[in-house]
Ligand binder design. Structure first.
Ligand SMILES: *Cc1c(COP(=O)(O)O)cnc(C)c1O
Length: 431
């Protein structure tokens, strides 16, 4: 390393010191809607009817319309939506559910939460989504469902997964928590399998801080899901003012996983902005893609060929192994973060080696020795998930909401790292 370091990580001048677009972005009418809920006397669906549809029902109708599905059942969180989706599809005690080995921990913990067994399958190295061949190989007589995650908004190979699910009589669940508004072969995600689950947690592309929803075209699944999230109750068809709108049914018993009126109001007002923000992110991501590809030093995450609308929950890209040889991915993440004044993250660690995924640490999952063995994540081999964790970096989607200045900063920072990678290599070698 020369006397004067170039990289901000070592004291050089950063490309940009913060000043990025914020997330979440608050639409102009959101505050008024929250005040409206506050004063209304109805803060959730399990409260007396006020003579007009709740925000929860209005959001459900709007989101079903957006996803192109017949039904939407809002829930308290993405985790709740996955558990509701699994149980609506008949998944229960001892059933196996195939999920990708590289995803947010909730994809797995939701399966455990319905007393089922997560089967961790390896991913496609380019899309980071389920590899259909790995799914096929993981099917057993106890498999009940496949849960495909559209990781960082890249779309899984849904036509192959649908065919596999059909051939083996399994339910295909889409975990769309990272892909609100993306489309596959002209259809929005969520409606391509039996049922789709969404999270509306703070960082997601549509958010109310916490929240979720399931969408489906199947009337029976929707009816199951509605009861599973509201203690076994359904909306009465013609409520009277002052009457409780929910009535006991109990076709399955449920649990309370309802979205509050405050959250529903925020989502209803934010939904119209989703397409515009997705468009802005996609435009910037497209520009970034071409810089990355022409540099030869980075490889943007791919998506299924059938993707017709690409969204960006994160912008994920792999480091070229030759360009960055002997430089730990963690160092590159820190160096890029220092150039931009933001936190740059790697992908999740594979679920067979992830501190957040430790089924045996919870008494509730210790049903018996056989179950404990079946849910032990260390029994799965996930070489592609491991490689992805060693190669990929991700940028928060808010960085894609800027204009030309922000885009240029991203491009300059990425190129700067390539030009000055010897500084990183020297530090790595000194270890
Ligand atoms: C965020 C997320 C979830 C869980 O959602 P919560 O709202 O945090 O419960 C599940 N799956 C994936 C892929 C996610 O990104």
């Amino acid at each position: 390393m020369g006397l004067m370091p170039a990289l901000a990580l070592f004291g050089g001048k950063p490309i940009r010191q913060g000043g990025w677009p914020c997330w979440p972005q608050v639409g102009p009418r959101v505050a008024a809607r929250l005040e409206e809920v506050l004063a209304s006397g109805r803060w959730t669906i399990s409260a007396p009817y006020l003579g007009h549809p709740s925000f929860e029902q209005r959001f459900a109708a709007a989101f079903a319309g957006f996803c192109g599905t017949r039904y939407c059942v809002p829930t308290a969180s993405g985790t709740a939506s996955l558990m509701v989706a699994l149980e609506a599809c008949g998944v229960g005690a001892g059933d196996e559910v195939i999920i990708p080995g590289l995803t947010w921990v909730a994809s797995a913990s939701a399966v455990l939460g319905v007393n089922a067994v997560p089967i961790l399958a390896d991913i496609d190295p380019d899309t980071l989504c389920l590899d259909p061949r790995a799914v096929e190989a993981a099917i057993s007589s106890r498999t009940r469902a496949i849960c495909a995650v559209h990781l960082f908004s890249a779309l899984a190979e849904l036509s192959q997964l649908t065919a596999i699910a059909r051939r083996h009589g399994l339910a295909l669940i889409e975990d769309c928590s990272q892909a609100h508004g993306a489309a596959y072969a002209g259809k929005r995600v969520g409606g391509l399998g039996a049922i789709g689950a969404f999270s509306m947690q703070h960082n997601k592309l549509l958010t109310s801080g916490e929240g979720g929803a399931v969408v489906t075209n199947d009337e029976d699944l929707a009816r199951q899901a509605a009861q599973l999230r509201a203690d076994g109750r359904l909306f009465r068809p013609k409520p009277l003012e002052g009457q409780l709108e929910l009535v006991p049914v109990g076709e399955p018993m449920g649990s309370n996983r309802c979205l509050s009126e405050f959250q529903a109001a925020v989502l209803l007002e934010s939904l119209p902005d989703l397409t515009r923000l997705n468009g802005r992110r996609a435009e910037n991501a497209g520009e970034l893609d071409s810089v990355l590809v022409s540099s030869g030093a980075y490889h943007p995450q791919q998506t299924s060929q059938a993707t017709t609308i690409r969204t960006y929950y994160k912008y994920a890209f792999a480091l070229d192994p030759e360009t960055f040889e002997d430089i730990p991915v963690r160092k590159v993440a820190d160096a890029l973060g220092a150039e931009l004044g933001v936190i740059v993250e790697r992908t999740y660690p594979p679920l067979n080696d992830n501190v957040l995924y430790q089924p045996a640490s919870r008494r509730r999952f210790q049903l018996n020795d056989e179950h404990l063995k079946r849910i032990d994540p260390s029994r799965f081999a996930l070489p592609e998930c491991r490689k992805a964790h060693e190669r990929f970096l991700t940028l928060h989607h808010r960085l894609l909401l800027g204009g030309p200045d922000e885009l240029r900063a991203l491009q300059y920072a990425l190129i700067k790292l390539v030009e000055h990678r010897e500084e990183l290599r020297a530090v790595a070698a000194a270890r």
